[in-house]
Structures are given as C-alpha cells and as structure tokens.
Design a protein around this ligand. Structure first.
Ligand code: MG
Length: 270
C-alpha cells in the first residue's frame, strides 16, 4: 500500500512539473534587462529594410562605394596626388595606381558591420606578400589582410605560399584565418566584418580589446577574435596609448592594383 501511495505521489509531482513548464511558470520571470519572458511590452527592434540580396546594402547602411562615386573617400598623400598617383575607378571598382598610398573614408567609424568586396589583379605577378596585397584597416589601425591566396585544390600547397598570419583573411601578423576560403585569381570575393572598437581607460591603457568576426565568401574565417593591438610588420602587435572612439576605415596601397567595390557599413553600439 505504502509503495502504491509513493508511486501516485511521484506521478502527481511529475505531472505538476510538466504542466508548470508548459505554462512557463518554472522559467525565470525576469530577464536581465528587466522584462518578463515573452513580455509584449518589451520594445520591438527597429524596422529596417534588408537589401534585395545579402550583399546589397540594407536601408540603414552608409554606402561608402557604389561603383560610381568615390566622394566618401580621400587619398592621404598630397605628394602622390601631385604625381598623379591616385586611386581611381576602373570598371566600377576602386583601384590604386602604384604609389598612391592609403585611401581613407572621410567619415570616421568605430564599432561596425562592414561589407566590402575585393579581387586581386588580373595579371598574376609577384610572390608571397607581393601578390595582390592590400588590406582593410579598421579604424586605420587593425588590418584585415587582402592577398592572392588561391589554392588549386584541397591538400595542395597554396599557389602563393606565405606565412599563415599574413594570408588573406588574417588579422595581419596576429591571427591566421580559420580556413582558407579564397577564390581564384581576379575573382570577386567578399568580407563581411563585425568589428567592435577597443575601449581605453583615461590613462590610455586598454580597458577592453577590439574584437573582429569575419565571414569571407560566406565562410566564417575569424570568430570574435580579440585583436592584440595595432598592425605591425615583424613586430609584436600593441595598442597605441588610446585613440579616438571613431577613426576612418583605410585601404592599403601595397603596390598591387587590387580592386574594391560594393562597400557599405552599419554603425554598431559599443
Ligand atoms: Mg596588406
């Protein structure tokens, strides 16, 4: 008899737990932001309009280059401009003349979602870091490498061998990409970047490192990597003693006519 009573009690307890769970009574009634689970009073996300395709700018994006207009950019070197070594538009893409130097956005940006497309030159010349080299610098300090790193087939050596932390998709000198997702020479490729700026203490020391997530051609290649500091060559990366909350995005001229197109950005909260 005692055993039967115990079984009945156990069944009742289990049924109560199941019914309560279905009603949501066992869930934490408060979320961290102060709203109940499924609270209809919680403010709804802002409505934006996505682009017609995943690579098209959504309605809240700032279009930095649409294939025709370079007015959102400026070339830094006056000397290069005087020498007519300029960034120019060729067949709907921005391309540096050798010696043009860095191109930067007029508008500064901090944390952001960035879409940018690039392709290496049609004529395959140079080796290692000398082939199709460019780079996208977040805040002008943190380089996401652009390079010709096409691999003919899985298992082969790269067609253009270089050090892992300097190949396309690397945070240059710091972190190789998770995989080599590069397309062939002169094929258009895309980077979709989620970047969060570094936050500095008043004395210029780092309070919170910058982070970067990158999807190349639809493939995750950097996964919320904590950037170690400013991009350096053959030197360990280190943060400068603080900098502005927003700085221009810059494109590198590394002596190769690597092209860029369809560039848009969405500013993110820190
Ligand atoms: Mg570079």
């Amino acid at each position: 008899m005692k055993r039967l009573v115990s079984i009945i009690i156990l069944v009742l307890v289990v049924c109560t737990i199941v019914i309560s769970a279905e009603k949501g009574e066992n869930e934490n009634p408060l979320k961290h932001d102060g709203f109940k689970v499924h609270d209809m009073d919680q403010p709804k996300p802002t409505i934006i309009r996505a682009g017609a395709t995943d690579d098209a700018p959504p309605s809240d994006a700032i279009v930095l280059f649409d294939g025709k207009d370079m007015s959102k950019w400026n070339q830094q070197s006056e000397k290069a401009k005087k020498a007519k070594k300029t960034w120019r538009i060729v067949n709907g893409a921005m391309q540096p003349t050798k010696g043009a130097g860095t191109l930067q956005t007029n508008q500064p940006f901090g944390s952001m979602q960035l879409h940018i497309e690039w392709r290496t030159p049609e004529r395959v010349v140079g080796t290692g870091q000398g082939r199709g080299n460019s780079g996208v610098f977040m805040m002008g300090h943190y380089e996401l490498q652009v390079l010709d790193c096409w691999q003919k087939k899985a298992g082969d050596d790269y067609d253009n061998p270089t050090y892992a932390d300097g190949q396309a998709g690397s945070v240059y000198g710091q972190k190789p990409p998770l995989v080599n997702a590069c397309r062939s020479h002169h094929e258009w490729q895309s980077y979709d970047v989620i970047f969060h700026r570094p936050i500095f203490n008043k004395d210029g020391s780092v309070k919170k490192k910058a982070t970067i997530t990158v999807i190349q051609n639809g493939v995750l290649i950097q996964d919320h990597w904590e950037i170690l500091g400013n991009t350096n060559h053959k030197r360990r990366a280190a943060y400068s003693k603080g900098h502005a909350d927003k700085l221009p995005i810059t494109l590198q001229d590394h002596g190769n006519p690597t092209e860029f197109r369809n560039i848009w950005v969405r500013e993110l909260k820190d």
